[in-house]
Every structure is written in C-alpha cells, then in structure tokens.
Design a protein around this ligand. Structure first.
Ligand code: ATR
Length: 259
C-alpha cells in the first residue's frame, strides 16, 4: 500500500487527505493519504526514515525549510523557494511546486486574460512568489505589492521586479490578491478600504472560510474567486506527479469542503 502525507503546523484543518483519498479510490490506486502534525526538527528524520512513504504535501510553515532535505528541486521550486509537493524516488527526494499551477488554473477557468492588466498583491508571505510567477505566466506584467511590513515587500519586489506601495494606499488595479493570513479566522479584517471599487476581480488565497475581504468585495459588485479552486488544482497536479494520472476536478468535489 502506497503511503502519502500532508505535513504542516497546524494541520488539523487540512482537506488534502479527504481529496486525495477520494481520488485514490476513484482511480483504483492502492494507497492511503494521512495528515501529520510535525515540528521543524522532525522533518529530517521523517525524510530519512526509509519508510514506505511515496509522497508528501507540505504546507505552512515548512514550504521553505523542506528544501534542505531534498536532493533535487524542480525549476519552479528553485525559482519560488517554496515546495508543496515531494516525491520519494528510488535514489532521490524531489521537491516541486504545484501552487503556481493551482493559481494559474483557477484563473484560466474564469477565462482571465492577463494582457495589459494590473495586479495588486496584498502581503509578502510564502505564497507570494508562486502568485507572481503564475501572474507572469498569465501575461500580467504590471504587478504591485503592498505589505504591512514594507521591507518584506521590498525584498520580493527586488527579486521579482515588482512595484511597491505603502500599506493602505489606493491604486488602480484589475485584480487584487489577498496573500496575507488575514481571513484564516472568521472575523479577521484587513482594514483596507476597497468600498469604492467595483467591477474588478478579488481573489483570496485562503480557502477554509468565506472571508470578509470577499464578502465585502461581492457586495460592492466585484467578481470574487476564493482559494478553493487553487487548492483543488494544486492537489490535482501533485496527484499527477505521484501517480501519472490527472484526476478529475468537478462540481462534485465541492462536498470535500463541507461535512
Ligand atoms: P507565510 O510565509 O507562512 O505565508 P507569513 O510570512 O507569516 O506567512 O506571512 C503572512 C502575511 O500576512 C504577511 O505578509 C503579514 O504581514 P507582515 O509581514 O507585516 O507580518 C500578513 N499579515 C498577517 N497579519 C496581518 C494583519 N493583521 N494585517 C495585515 N497583514 C497581516
């Protein structure tokens, strides 16, 4: 029986086991996928344990630190320094990034065309490099970043050639993407004023709840995209890397998100 894991801290709310186990069954693959709460210092022994683990998904806060335990990185993992998918091959532990694919697909299915569009990124956390590369791949050349702690956005701006603005400044954009952790708790609010903005795209990378950011955006007449689709497509790509099969993403998977 092939074994798969998602590791992170916290990990209790991860929906990856539900999704991957559903796909394993659907595709008649003898395998099982669990979640595992770990501490940073446990990563090395987990990776070297010679167990029957075939693949690991990595979530917050280990997407960068797992790089140290891989023997090989994909080009995208190298570029983002962010790994969410690990394959245990005969001689190698390979790190990959499927968040970029997840983000790109979630916009492609809405027929988004990035040519001549301006994107505003809120936050400077670990997901930002994946979002930036995804936007570039979709043709978005003009990307503006803002973060509560300005110097973190400046570091990313240098690395990826972005424009920086102060937290709280108003700027014109076609799409705004919440890459902060604000919204993880139900009543969290970003305290940014988007109340005059209408007919734009508001995207949240958070998938576990309907965030205030999206509720307000919808009420003001904007198109909203939540993190569920990105989550589904990053998982689809991980599954494909491990099993060589592209599992189906369809409406029925919505039940994954609800008990
Ligand atoms: P990760 O790298 O794991 O995604 P992170 O580095 O802690 O997480 O990033 C979280 C992001 O959410 C940061 O951009 C953080 O802003 P700071 O760099 O100023 O800490 C942002 N964030 C968290 N709480 C916030 C809040 N209440 N208001 C605005 N931004 C917030």
């Amino acid at each position: 029986m092939k074994k798969f894991l998602v590791i992170g801290n916290p990990i209790k709310h991860s929906l990856s086991p539900r999704l991957h186990n559903y796909w394993l069954q659907k595709n008649n693959i003898q395998g099982i996928y669990h979640k595992k709460l770990i501490q940073e210092q446990e990563i090395e022994s987990l990776f070297k344990s010679n167990s029957d683990i075939c693949g690991i998904n990595v979530t917050v806060p280990f997407k960068k630190s797992v790089i140290n335990y891989c023997n090989k990185l994909s080009g995208l993992a190298l570029k983002t320094q962010s790994i969410n998918t690990i394959s245990f091959q005969k001689r190698e532990i390979v790190g990959d990034n499927t968040d970029i694919y997840g983000f790109e697909q979630s916009l492609k299915i809405t027929k988004f065309n990035g040519t001549n569009k301006t994107a505003l990124i809120l936050g400077a956390g670990g997901v930002v490099p994946s979002i930036v590369i995804g936007l570039n791949n979709l043709g978005v050349k003009n990307i503006i970043i803002t973060n509560r702690t300005r110097n973190k956005s400046e570091i990313l701006a240098k690395r990826f050639n972005l424009e920086v603005i102060d937290w709280g400044s108003i700027v014109n954009f076609d799409i705004v993407i919440n890459c902060t952790s604000v919204g993880l708790n139900e009543n969290d609010s970003l305290n940014l004023d988007f109340s005059n903005i209408t007919n734009k795209i508001f995207y949240d990378t958070i998938y576990n709840s309907k965030t205030r950011f999206l509720i307000d955006a919808k009420n003001s007449g904007n198109q909203i995209i939540d993190g569920k689709t990105m989550f589904l497509y990053q998982a689809q790509k991980s599954f494909e890397i491990w099993h060589g099969i592209q599992p189906e993403v369809n409406e029925r998977l919505n039940s994954i998100f609800y008990d």
